[in-house]
Design a binder for this molecule. Structure first.
Ligand SMILES: [Zn+2]
Length: 209
């Protein structure tokens, strides 16, 4: 029995409300479309091998095999066992962050001070999304998280900074699943930096029929 928060019917999009989260299952060879209906909204995306949840998405393996830190179509995303998990088939925004990580209360407190106390964040969203499987914070790590539609600058002077996202209304990514998986997504709720251009918007997910 599935512990997902949602069951996606192929051809029927589901909305992830601003600051919300979702988990669902996908079969090998099914295609997932992740859309920003209003643009400028980041999705923190993790996934697990449905048959062995110790195997999960790895940004390190994905960068190392692709020899690239700007993953987009037609790159393949790999697991922590360096097996193929996803192929990015289309990516209209063409700007994603694959350095790993997600916003959390402890990170936000360090970056933005006391205002971050109790503010929603991707770590707690992802924990909530997978709780139904009996999984928790120990079930995933920062390396598992693909920050879809997120813009991060690596400037020549060494500056690393989150910048306003570039997604336009209706922009989407299509990913083909290369193994059966549990997917969890946080619709990033951060307002302390430019990640979502200071306004939270919905996302939609659809398994294509
Ligand atoms: Zn976030």
């Amino acid at each position: 029995m599935s512990g997902a928060t949602a069951v996606l019917t192929p051809g029927v999009p589901a909305t992830i409300a601003p600051a919300g989260n979702i988990s669902f299952e996908i079969e090998a060879d099914q295609r997932l479309r992740l859309t920003q209906p209003e643009g400028e909204q980041v999705a923190d995306f993790i996934s697990f091998n449905r048959d062995d949840r110790r195997e999960l998405l790895s940004m390190h393996s994905s960068r190392a095999v692709n020899l690239n830190w700007r993953l987009t179509a037609p790159h393949v995303l790999y697991s922590n066992r360096t097996r193929q998990m996803w192929q990015i088939e289309e990516d209209l925004t063409g700007e994603n962050y694959c350095g790993g990580g997600f916003c959390s209360e402890h990170l936000n407190l360090a970056r933005y001070g006391a205002a971050a106390k109790g503010a929603s964040n991707c770590q707690s969203n992802l924990e909530a999304a997978i709780r139904g499987y009996g999984m928790d914070r120990a079930s995933f790590n920062v390396d598992a998280c693909f920050n879809v539609f997120m813009t991060v600058a690596y400037d020549a002077d060494g500056k690393w900074e989150i910048r306003p996202p570039k997604g336009k209304p209706g922009d989407f990514m299509i990913l083909r699943a290369l193994m059966p998986q549990i997917v969890a997504i946080s619709n990033c709720p951060i307002l302390f930096n430019a990640c979502n251009n200071f306004r939270l918007k919905p996302l939609t997910v659809e398994i294509l029929s």
